[in-house]
Ligand binder design. Structure first.
Ligand code: OOG
Ligand code: MG
Length: 260
């Protein structure tokens, strides 16, 4: 029997990631894992990645769209931390041999020009701190069997973070209406889903403001230069060997990953 505490939970999740071993929800064994404690597990997990040589490069939001919330059965958004260990280079395939059951979702991505620290951040102030906006794809790979988890479980697991890719094309957020930005998700040339930027909290800048305010409640901020993934616009699709998954946006351009 595991004697659960914050450090043990972080170690168990890191080992599951490293050894490609999915497991049952931690809350089944440690029902006292509440949301606040789960964010402390997430923080400890990131501290361990940093101690092993990774660098924090940004923040992500999860469960910001209805499509994602309905699929995962959780109606509350969350935040997680991005390190350079999750970044895929432009032509780098999804390494299926290192992952458990990866799924891919299209996201609108911000690169911050200024530090953004809550509380009291509105979508307008949030957008003022953005340097550029990009198309992105996130690869999620829950360490829980069948992506079945409660909110504290998924927060502790750094929101299923696994890999992400950000398109090189950069636009100023002032040059387009991100609520109307359209996204078409295709697998091997077949359209599987569509959405607009309004899918995430009505506007991706609302998601950014939400992140800044949520982080402030835990004494943290979004730093200048950091990347922010605003959350899957559509449900995520499973990545199988040989798949080519593409998100085409109306103004932000296209971003593609292959699974190898
Ligand atoms: C949780 C991760 C959520 C998003 O964009 O909503 C997320 C999951 O779906 O496993 O990254
Ligand atoms: Mg995501």
């Amino acid at each position: 029997m595991t004697n659960w505490d914050i450090d043990t939970a972080a170690e168990v999740l890191l080992a599951a990631e490293a050894e490609r071993r999915d497991r049952g929800p931690i809350t089944d064994e440690w029902p006292e894992l509440d949301l606040e404690t789960a964010y402390r597990v997430q923080k400890r997990l990131i501290e361990k990645k940093v101690a092993a040589g990774e660098h924090v490069i940004g923040v992500k939001l999860g469960l910001t769209s209805r499509a994602k919330q309905e699929r995962m059965g959780i109606d509350s958004p969350l935040t997680a931390v991005l390190t350079d260990g999750y970044a895929l280079a432009a032509d780098e395939p999804i390494p299926l041999d290192k992952l458990i059951h990866p799924r891919v979702e299209p996201e609108i991505v911000f690169v911050m020009g200024k530090r953004l620290a809550g509380p009291g951040i509105t979508a307008a102030t949030a957008l003022d701190a953005v340097e550029s906006v990009h198309a992105g794809l996130e690869v999620i790979d829950s360490r829980y069997i069948d992506f079945k988890f409660t909110l504290p479980d998924v927060v502790a697991d750094n929101a299923s973070s696994s890999r992400f890719v950000v398109a090189g094309k950069a636009l100023s957020p002032r040059d387009l209406d991100l609520a109307l930005e359209a996204c078409v998700l295709s697998v091997n040339g077949t359209v599987v889903d569509t959405a607009t930027g309004a899918a995430v909290q009505g506007h991706p800048a609302e998601a950014l403001a939400l992140a800044a305010n949520a982080l402030a409640s835990r004494g943290e901020a979004i730093e200048a230069g950091q990347i922010v993934l605003t959350g899957g616009l559509t449900d995520a699709v499973f990545a199988h060997a040989g798949d080519q998954i593409t998100a085409e946006f109306s103004n932000l351009g296209s971003v593609v990953v292959t699974a190898a």
